[in-house]
Design a protein around this ligand. Structure first.
Ligand SMILES: NC(=O)c1ccc[n+]([C@@H]2O[C@H](COP(=O)([O-])OP(=O)(O)OC[C@H]3O[C@@H](n4cnc5c(N)ncnc54)[C@H](OP(=O)(O)O)[C@@H]3O)[C@@H](O)[C@H]2O)c1
Length: 290
């Protein structure tokens, strides 16, 4: 029957609804239906790494996307890769998300998103004594002001439609000090406190705001850090990476896919009662019960 229906699909008669439903079930076998097929998402800073993984997982759940980055080639490659793999609409927007113009360009491509994933680069590793005023303001703009500005621009429409999911990618450093990443930690902690009250103010309209706190995930940013340490110390990148993994209770780095799937779940219909939370994804690194 399977073959017969396939022949039908390539021949004249239209495939039956039963056939389409079976095909859909088969394609999604083993995967939870997140209930967000047909929704629209803006995923900031998503041409690679954790943002890309969130975009990919949302696309797998049937969400159409606006993705973003500053490198045209990488952005277009990612858009095409997600389109090919998932068959959803993917609009790449080349823009610096920290700028007003960049934010406007994303919102022009998707004026009423159901889902907003806030992500951005992080400030470089630096001793806090070396941060001048401009560096401080740039870091706070990247990791606190920018996500707040985007939330301001989308949240009332989400409220009016009685569906909205906002996920902020922050860092384990919000909870656990990491010397040299003090600016990143401070700006992201500021964002966390800022949205805690907002999350409660929109919860009755099925709009949720949650933060995802990555520990060590195998992305270009993590590898770039190992390259810099190798140059500085003369120890090979692979040894630095191995040592770093040994310090994690899970004894490995997280995969971007694990991160993306968690993000998609937080954006799902099933997660409507989770709001104002800080979800640690760190292989057990944060050493506390609460
Ligand atoms: N990976 C980890 O283990 C880890 C741990 C803790 C926190 N984090 C934080 O999580 C976030 C994502 O990290 P990642 O590991 O995925 O980094 P990544 O691999 O370096 O990817 C960063 C992505 O953001 C884009 N991007 C950076 N700045 C942008 C801007 N101003 N406007 C638009 N797009 C921008 C980059 O593309 P372009 O450069 O082409 O614009 C790229 O697509 C960062 O804030 C990082 O600090 C990561």
């Amino acid at each position: 029957m399977w073959n017969a229906e396939l022949t039908c699909a390539t021949g004249r008669p239209k495939p039956s609804l039963t056939y389409i439903m079976r095909l859909d079930n088969w394609l999604n076998e083993g995967r939870m239906d997140l209930g967000i097929r047909g929704r629209k998402a803006i995923v900031c800073a998503s041409s690679q790494g954790l943002g890309k993984a969130c975009a990919r997982a949302l696309a797998e759940a049937g969400v159409s996307l606006v993705i973003n980055g500053r490198n045209r080639l990488l952005l277009d490659q990612t858009a095409e890769e997600i389109r090919q793999a998932t068959n959803v609409d993917v609009t790449p927007v080349l823009a610096d998300i920290s700028t007003q113009e960049g934010q406007a360009a994303l919102l022009a491509a998707c004026p009423a998103p159901d889902i907003l994933v806030n992500n951005n680069g992080g400030p470089p590793f630096r001793d806090f004594r070396d941060l001048d005023r401009q560096a401080l303001l740039t870091g706070v703009t990247m990791n606190m002001v920018t996500p707040i500005e985007l939330i301001q621009k989308v949240i009332d429409a989400m409220r009016a439609r009685e569906f909205g999911r906002i996920v902020n990618i922050t860092s384990v450093s919000v909870k656990m000090p990491l010397a040299g990443l003090d600016l990143s930690s401070g700006a992201r902690a500021g964002l966390t406190a800022f949205v805690a009250g907002i999350a409660r103010s929109v919860a009755d309209k099925n709009v949720t705001i949650n933060n995802m706190l990555p520990g060590s995930f195998d992305t270009e940013r993590l590898r770039g850090g190992f390259r810099a340490s190798a140059k500085h110390t003369g120890i090979s990148e692979s040894v630095i990476a191995q040592r770093s993994q040994q310090m994690i209770p899970a004894k490995r780095f997280g995969t971007p896919s694990e991160f993306g799937q968690t993000c998609a779940f937080l954006c799902s219909v099933h997660a409507g009662y989770i709001t104002g939370q800080n979800i640690l994804l760190d292989g057990g690194s944060y050493p506390a019960a609460f």
